[in-house]
Design a protein around this ligand. Structure first.
Ligand code: ADP
Ligand code: ZN
Length: 725
């Protein structure tokens, strides 16, 4: 086995790689610590939510250390996506998997052996296969990264048997650090990962699972279709996924939405693989914004600009829910998660679990998790707080970005209301489900009510003051408080508990909550419909233009648009309007490679936009030097530019100096002689930035002109940032 000779690498190298390759200025929480642990050759276990930035934790060490990092990834699509993303940033990466032709594989092997590849992605099957071992032994391996490491654990929810064979890594390569990464939090799984991979005294990093940019909301499942149509209307063109339980629901929902004029497609495991690929590609490439899909969809997609996740059906547990909604907003921009809740779903799942042939212990675990899921959906408690507590994280405030925080339910003394419901239940001999109970309380004339003679009981119609939805809300809280329970083995009839009897017979008080009033919702609506400011409108318009250019560029390059630039990067461009290479490099997400490949096209688009808007009479702050610059390039003399733009010649010069400083070509010898430049630049260390022209002017006892000082400074700055590159 070749010995890997390490030169000392430090976080400084890591930072430089982060900026140059990925275009990011700072590490996200824990990234630097994790990278340092890898540099210290330790085994590492990383728990970070989806979108937290796990990839950087092994990509940066891979790029800064000698040798090749071997990355294990369970899904082909994910592999392809990551490798394309790395290549788009100019980082040498490749994958080996079963979809390649022998020739392609051989090319990759040649590159590997020649040391041309810093990151190699492989599937677990491939990595453990006999045929792969000779190659593996000939490589200089800097680290192993095991992505989606929870797949190794039978306790996790994505168990993959082939992962369990990965323990051979530590046996065969005891000195190579292993980095296990996952977004699944529970303790059991965590311990299992470390044990199965035989990690040696691993450094464990647990990031906060909070995803503050994703707003969370739960809505009752009635009229789901209308609610979704309404939602899509308010989010035109945005990328999103609607998760449904069954393949029929996926297809039907998509068809109905399309009939309403929305552009959607569907995806489920029973479609042919070609068909599935097509849908996935359409989504990734922003050709179809919305996909109705089973939860299999999106696992292997790193698409960073998914703006919303809708759960048409209740997820089976909070782990699943949180992982699925985490596919939104990876770029850190605001995103939405909307969950529809219905008892029917709970009952269906229960049935499915009961009917399954798992061991009773497993069934109990699943049911306990399902219960936590629906308690989450029903409790009038900050959603984020509930989920994060579930994952064992302390979160002692209210988030302000969920439906409960934004529209707090109205607490009241619910004793009388509870008694009405409980009394009706008793009078119906506990032989009614929730729907029937509410109908009776509201005095419904429905045939089934009359047939059973429920219209003759004393509490018939005693609860008309609450709507059907309000009663649902109240009854589910009574379930939580344990006043009633659902007899799943008796057609889901409701039964009185001891606590319920205490309320009914001993007048034990209960506090309940009602959903927010409709007028409060109206206020919320009005707030969101406030017309956007003028700056915002301009920004949005430029964003659209840049997004179109991004789509075109992606097409030309054969990669998904979000790998050209993320939404977050485009947003920043739309806000800051970089007009030169130097400006562009300040934008987060623009590294060297992307500047080189796409910089000009995007700068041109922004310049075009600015010129256009200015000629339409908009004043665009900060960009007036572009207009000066355009006139200057037409060869007009300074005085004429000043006259045309109604600014002073000094201002014109300051604009030109700004453009020169950022790398544009200007013949500055007209204003500053080489000697003057040398003099000024020699004296600059005496002054503090930002430099004041006047101080320097005085320093040289007024012997140098203001222009020469101005351009000497611009020249110094220009050299500085060119050097930095
Ligand atoms: P995960 O694998 O944890 O789900 P990713 O590694 O895909 O998350 O990262 C999510 C997004 O955040 C990606 O678009 C990535 O480029 C971006 N990102 C990661 N680290 C940083 C950082 N330090 N600064 C800015 N963006 C980052
Ligand atoms: Zn909240």
């Amino acid at each position: 086995m070749p010995v890997l000779i390490l030169r000392t690498v430090t976080l400084d190298h890591a930072k430089i790689a982060l900026k140059k390759v990925f275009g990011y200025d700072t590490f996200r929480p824990l990234q630097a610590e994790i990278i340092q642990a890898v540099y210290d050759r330790r085994d590492v276990l990383v728990l970070m939510p989806t979108g937290g930035g796990k990839s950087i934790c092994f990509q940066v060490p891979a790029l800064t250390q000698e040798g090749t990092a071997v990355v294990v990834s369970p899904l082909l699509a994910l592999m392809k996506d990551q490798v394309e993303g790395l290549l788009a940033n100019g980082a040498p990466a490749a994958f080996i998997n079963s979809m390649q032709t022998p020739n392609q594989t051989r090319d990759v092997e040649d590159d590997l052996l020649a040391g041309r590849i810093k990151l190699l992605y492989v599937s677990p099957e491939k990595l453990v296969s006999q045929g792969f071992q000779p190659l593996l032994r000939r490589l200089k391996i800097s680290l192993f990264a095991i992505d989606e490491a929870h797949c190794i654990s039978a306790w996790g929810h994505d168990f993959r048997p082939e992962y369990t064979q990965l323990k051979f890594l530590k046996e065969q390569f005891p000195d190579v650090p292993v980095l296990a990464l996952t977004a699944t939090a529970d303790k059991l799984t965590r311990k299992d990962i470390a044990a199965q991979l035989q990690l040696q005294d691993p450094a464990v990093f647990i990031a906060s699972f909070d995803r503050p940019n994703i707003s969370m909301a739960v809505r009752p499942g009635q009229k789901r279709f209308e609610q979704i149509a309404d939602f899509l209307k308010k989010h035109p063109g945005q990328s999103g996924i609607i998760f449904c339980l069954g393949r029929r629901t996926c297809a039907d929902l998509s068809e109905k939405l399309n009939a309403r004029g929305f552009k959607t497609a569907f995806y489920h495991a029973e479609m042919g693989s070609q068909e599935r690929n097509r849908v996935q590609e359409d989504f990734i490439n922003d050709r179809v914004p919305v996909i109705c899909a089973t939860i299999a969809f999106g696992m292997g997609i790193d698409k960073s600009n998914v703006r919303f996740i809708i759960h048409y059906n209740l997820p089976r547990n909070l782990e699943g829910y949180y992982q699925e909604l985490g596919r939104a907003g990876r770029d850190g921009l605001p995103a939405k998660a909307l969950l529809f809740f219905s008892y029917q779903d709970v009952m269906n799942y229960r049935q499915m679990i009961e009917d399954g042939d798992a061991a009773q212990e497993q069934k109990d675990l699943k049911i306990a998790k399902l219960n936590r899921m629906y308690q989450f959906a029903e409790a009038p408690v900050c959603r984020r707080k509930t989920v994060l507590h579930y994952f064992g994280e302390v979160y002692d405030r209210n988030c302000g970005n969920c439906d409960v925080c934004l529209n707090p339910p109205r607490q009241f003394d619910g004793t009388t209301a509870a008694q009405k419901a409980l009394s009706a239940l008793v009078r119906m001999e506990e032989k009614a489900g929730m729907h029937m109970l509410i109908d009776v309380l509201r005095g419904s004339q429905r045939r089934e009510v009359l047939q059973q003679g429920f219209h003759q009981i004393k509490t018939y119609g005693a609860g008309r003051e609450y709507s059907f939805e309000e009663w649902q809300f109240l009854l589910s809280q009574m379930l939580h408080h344990g006043l009633i329970e659902i007899a799943y083995d008796e057609d889901s009839c409701l039964k009185l508990t001891e606590a319920g009897q205490a309320v009914l017979y001993n007048k034990q008080a209960v506090r309940l909550a009602l959903p927010p009033k409709p007028e409060e919702k109206a206020a919320e609506k009005a707030a969101t419909l406030r017309p956007p400011s003028r700056t915002q409108t301009l920004r949005d318009a430029l964003f659209e233009r840049l997004a179109a250019l991004r789509r075109k560029t992606g097409q030309q390059q054969g990669i998904p648009p979000y790998l050209v630039f993320s939404d977050a990067t485009l947003e920043e461009m739309a806000q800051k309007r970089p007009l030169t290479d130097a400006d562009m490099l300040y934008i987060s997400g623009v590294g060297e490679r992307k500047l080189q490949l796409y910089g000009n096209a995007f700068i041109e688009e922004i310049r075009r936009f600015v010129r256009e808007k200015t000629s339409e009479g908009h004043s665009i702050p900060g960009n007036t030097y572009l207009l000066t610059w355009d006139l200057f390039r037409e060869g007009r003399p300074l005085e004429e530019i000043a006259r045309m733009r109604a600014i002073s010649p000094v201002t014109v010069l300051s604009h030109l100096a700004a453009m020169y400083e950022r790398g544009e070509q200007v013949d500055i010898s007209r204003w500053a002689s080489p000697e003057a430049i040398d003099l000024v630049q020699g004296a600059l260390p005496l002054f503090e930035e930002p430099y004041q022209l006047k101080d320097i002017y005085e320093h040289f006892e007024q012997r140098l002109s203001y222009e020469s000082i101005r351009f000497a400074i611009a020249d110094a700055q220009r050299k500085k940032w060119l050097r930095q590159r």
